[in-house]
Write a protein that binds this ligand. Structure first.
Ligand code: NAD
Ligand code: UFG
Length: 337
């Protein structure tokens, strides 16, 4: 059985990927410093799948720790999720973002090579595309970012390409995620941001469960179907399965690739609100406010490369995303009271 090391594996996307890998016959090992997640995710996954998951509470900038993990486990593939991810925070604290995200990528690569581990999947982002590209992002489009978080993804991709170039044994896929939302339908794992959510879906979830009074819709004067921003929302379980597909691909292929992971369909803020209300039979009060600085009008994936190379495409629809997101948030609130 192949063993996969997940850095940042107790986080939102990492935990769903751990589950999908286990369901596909992989063994998983997790390292996370818990800066944005909780350790009990591991026990919930273990109980749900009746497996044991080795967990290391530590930082993946710690070379000694990573060397120890590679010595204690015969790792075949590393999926590198660990990173800070809040765009606004990265503008206020750029050095924390460069220091964490870039050093983590460098340390992961260094220790992989030292321990002869040659397959890497990296969490990149749609944010690496330059703003003035066509709304449908294609992998070959020009890159460029508008905030330090984005640059850490841009630079990490470059560091990975350069390292592959220098070390022909290394094979890597950077997955450029669009907008991951939803939760596992079991309700045992999901997204639970600390503080006020920055992203649309977690905010809607908190309005739905009474934590927040209303949603602020950032602008209704864009050139879109109803004036509100359009994004490519992807169910986190589909995204998790894309990591399984990338891991399988790396078992038989060589090279260094970048691949979009989205549905290929754009959904506006008000379309998302309407779908959430319909599916969950709940009202989401909202107010139209000014545009949020730095936001694009429309941004969605051309997802054909993922299908051509990995044989992966998204299977879940907007209704699944809304239902599973609410189910998770509802359970979370219920268990707190
Ligand atoms: P998350 O915050 O839930 O998970 C990231 C995990 O990494 C957390 O558990 C955190 O504790 C851990 N971590 C951070 N720095 C670490 C370090 N130095 N050492 C060890 N652990 C560390 O975020 P997520 O949504 O699951 O995102 C996973 C990855 O995907 C991130 O790299 C993120 O930038 C990227 N990504 C996320 C989105 C999104 O919208 N969620 C979109 C594009 C890309
Ligand atoms: N929005 C609101 N109200 C909110 C939050 C968001 O109206 O409270 C709107 C935004 O203006 C935008 C849309 O909802 O039109 C989506 O916004 P998100 O913040 O959910 O997502 P973004 O596309 O802005 O950014 C996300 C991640 C980035 C990542 C990018 C592409 O936050 O880290 O997707 O993957 F880079």
């Amino acid at each position: 059985m192949s063993k996969v090391l997940l850095t940042g594996g107790t986080g939102f996307i990492g935990s769903h990927t751990a589950l999908a890998l286990i369901e596909n016959g992989f063994e998983v090992v997790i390292v996370d410093n818990l800066i944005n997640s909780e350790a009990d995710v591991v026990s919930r996954l273990e109980k749900f799948k009746n497996v044991s998951i080795p967990f290391y509470h530590g930082d993946c900038r710690d070379e000694d720790l990573l060397n120890r993990i590679f010595q204690e486990h015969k790792i075949e593939i590393v999926i590198h999720f660990a990173g800070l991810k809040a765009v606004g925070e990265s503008v206020s604290f750029p050095l924390e973002y460069y220091e964490n995200n870039i050093n983590a990528t460098v340390t992961v690569l260094k220790t992989m090579l030292k321990n002869r581990v040659h397959k890497l999947v990296f969490s990149s982002s749609a944010t690496v595309y330059a703003e003035n590209n066509p709304a449908e992002r294609v992998e070959g489009h020009p890159l460029g970012c508008t905030n330090p978080y984005g640059w850490t993804k841009f630079m990490s991709e470059q560091i990975i390409r350069d390292t592959c170039q220098a070390s022909s044994q290394l094979n890597a896929i950077s997955l450029r995620y669009f907008n991951p939302v939803g939760a596992h339908p079991s309700g045992i794992i999901g997204e639970n941001p600390k503080g006020v959510p920055n992203n649309l879906m977690p905010y809607i979830q908190q309005v739905a469960t009474g934590i927040r009074d209303y949603l602020r819709v950032y602008g209704n004067d864009y050139d879109t179907v109803d004036g509100t921003g359009v994004r490519d929302y992807i169910h986190v379980c589909d995204l998790a399965e894309a990591h399984v597909a990338a891991s399988k691909y790396l078992q038989n292929h060589k090279g260094c690739l970048e691949i979009n992971i989205g549905t290929g369909k754009g959904v506006s803020v008000l379309e998302m609100v309407a779908a959430f209300e319909r599916v969950n039979n709940i009202k989401i009060p909202y107010r139209i406010e000014a545009r949020r600085s730095g936001d694009l009008a429309i941004n969605y994936a051309n997802a054909s490369k993922a299908y051509q190379l990995l044989g992966w495409k998204a299977k879940r629809n907007l209704e699944d995303m809304c239902r599973d997101a609410y189910n998770w948030q509802y359970n979370l609130q219920k268990n707190k009271t």
